[in-house]
Design a protein around this ligand. Sequence first.
Ligand SMILES: *[C@@H]1O[C@H](CO)[C@@H](O)[C@H](O)[C@H]1NC(C)=O
Length: 272
Amino acid sequence: MRFIFLALAFILVGLAFAYDEREALESFYNLAGGPDWTQSDGWMTDLPICGDDVTDPWFGIECTSDGHVAYLVLNNNNLSGKITSEIYKLEFLRSLYLNDNFLTDTIPEAICDLSNLMYLQLTHNYFIGSIPECTCGMDQLKYFYVNNNGLTGNIPLCEEYENPFERVIEFHGHCNWFSGEVSTVFVDNEYFEELYTYCNFFDPECDPAYMYLGPEYRCTASDSVCDDPTCRRPPIGCPMHLITMECGLYYPETPFFPELPPYEMGCSFPME
Ligand SMILES: *[C@@H]1O[C@H](CO)[C@@H](O)[C@H](O)[C@H]1NC(C)=O
């Protein structure tokens, strides 16, 4: 009897988690332009989110063997809008890959509650605002990529945290609008290897444009890095072009809207 009761309790708890995860994904879909996604097989249907061991019916999702969402991989899938703050309900998530989309708004603080997250990759989108300071406490995070967005402010300084970004191996923050001092919180950490901060607006004295830290330590000055054709920084405030300390003369690029002249893209950012 007792055993049955316990088993029932486990099943109910399991269902409650699964229900929360479904809610989070539905909200994610609704706020990130789901109907316009390039691929969205399975999403918002009655199909279980986590299938058998071989296939998980919802596109871009892979589950743990015990039926929790572990990977959400929606790179280059025409996502727009923003990341839902319900995302914290995906508490078993290990990887969040949303690179090469049209997401905007701020990175929600709710992301910090994903305590199992190891890969956070939000590159080549239109995120604005600063990186939430609470990311300092994400103690499983290993690869933290936010390059090529419209992020501003400091990279988190983590002054209130004892072991900030404990396990981070790589941080890519290049091609944003970060300013102030380059945060050195990563550098002292045991696992840390790579920091990219070029193409930002850091104080020139503390702007190592490219740093590789590890067995071999390299730091070069910040010239010519913006010749890198992948360096796309969304313009803010409608400039026709900018002259920046690190990048020289910078023209907004329009890889996603080749039909628009650059200044129109500048004027449409951030989204109205
Ligand atoms: C991508 O999404 C936008 C809305 O954000 C939509 O207008 C457009 O048609 C979508 N593109 C494709 C190829 O589906």
